[in-house]
Ligand binder design. Structure first.
Ligand code: NDP
Length: 330
């Protein structure tokens, strides 16, 4: 390996955050058990916030962002990993409280890694990334609560043209669910149908919170929007319907009543990908390798060089990114 490598480094001055590409050495990297040559990373909503210094997610600068990555182990002091092993990292506040994947090398704790599952390329793993991994956790949560493709009704996905939403639509359709995709972007309707959505819902139809109960529509829902959208969706759940709450692209509040829980037995399940336990992670990645159609994944992925990432960080905050952004780090 060469002595220096490229990294995107965030610095803070007078409370404003700036980004620049720097040459680092492995000596600059934080402590950890495993040194990984990062091949691929991605852009998630949280990366957009971090790149723009929002949400006080990063408390210490200089900082290397990138909440997820895939790559190859270079050296390890932990016996679970050896040089050449292909690995994935998502979560554990990497890219936020610990240096992340927007650099050609990363040093991390072995506990944070999972092996790349058979059948998945390192690039495909990051085309899925944290967002797609979260989608699979949401699907698993619906299944655990008894939602099944045999039920009479559709599963609604909100923020459908975004990263979490696109992968959720694709997995659900591949598993045989009937999927309603909600989006605010008319130009994504055909894309969402190609991923397997059978119904398209305008996101403006999902914001009225004036009535605690509306006509029963959905057997399940995967919501990446939160706020009035989640409140509205709760009021439209069928009896015993299940909502997996993943995100807050529309806001962190929840202007809802308890009536859907009391009168329809609606269930609201929280999804957290960051601290998700190891066994559950491995299960989710193995299912993604088997059950996410690769042609859908390709259609949902835009490949970007690390050197081009900064404008994309602004786009994702404006809801202008379609599907997933795969970052070529090497
Ligand atoms: P994206 O920006 O790719 O997708 C979000 C989508 O939400 C947009 O594409 C848009 O969909 C919709 N949207 C954006 N703004 C609004 C708005 N004001 N009102 C209604 N809909 C809106 O982000 P990701 O898919 O990466 O992440 C989605 C959410 O999930 C984020 O809040 C993120 O923080 C969260 N998340 C949570 C995780 C967890 O562990 N719980 C892990 C990963 C992400 P459209 O154009 O189709 O309308």
């Amino acid at each position: 390996m060469s002595d220096t490598f490229r990294a995107l480094v965030l610095d803070q001055q007078d409370k404003s955050v700036s980004a620049s590409f720097k040459n680092l050495t492995t000596e600059d990297l934080p402590e950890g058990d495993v040194l990984v040559r990062v091949k691929w990373s991605t852009l998630n909503y949280k990366d957009g916030m971090i790149l723009n210094g929002l949400g006080r997610l990063v408390r210490s600068y200089p900082h290397v962002p990138g909440v997820d990555f895939s790559g190859e182990v270079v050296s390890s002091t932990d016996r679970r990993y050896k040089p050449g092993d292909e690995v994935i990292l998502t979560g554990w506040r990497v890219g936020e409280a610990h240096w992340g994947g927007y650099a050609q090398y990363a040093r991390v704790k072995a506990d944070w890694l999972v092996p790349l599952p058979n059948g998945l390329g390192a690039d495909q793993a990051m085309a899925i990334g944290t967002a797609g991994f979260t989608s699979m956790l949401a699907v698993m949560a619906l299944e655990e609560q008894g939602v099944s493709p045999d039920q009479d009704g559709e599963v609604l996905v909100t923020g459908a043209a975004g990263g979490v939403g696109s992968v959720a639509v694709s997995i659900l359709a591949a598993l045989g669910y009937r999927v309603a995709a909600s989006t605010g972007r008319a130009e994504t309707h055909q894309y969402l149908r190609d991923l397997g959505a059978t119904t398209i819902v305008d996101r403006n139809e999902l914001t009225d919170t004036s009535k605690p109960l509306l006509s029963e529509k959905w057997v399940g829902a995967i919501d990446s929007v939160g706020s009035s959208t989640l409140a509205h969706v709760l009021s439209e759940m069928k009896y015993h319907g299940v909502v997996a709450a993943c995100g807050l692209a529309g806001g962190p509040d929840l202007p809802a009543t308890v009536i859907p829980f009391l009168l329809r037995g609606a269930r609201l399940i929280g999804i957290d990908s960051v601290m998700c336990p190891y066994a559950y992670r491995v299960k989710a990645w193995e299912r993604l390798a088997r059950q996410l159609p690769t042609d859908h994944l390709s259609a949902a992925t835009t490949k970007v060089a690390l050197s081009e990432i900064l404008p994309w960080g602004e786009k994702i905050l404006k809801g202008q990114v379609k599907g997933r952004v795969l970052i070529d780090v090497q």
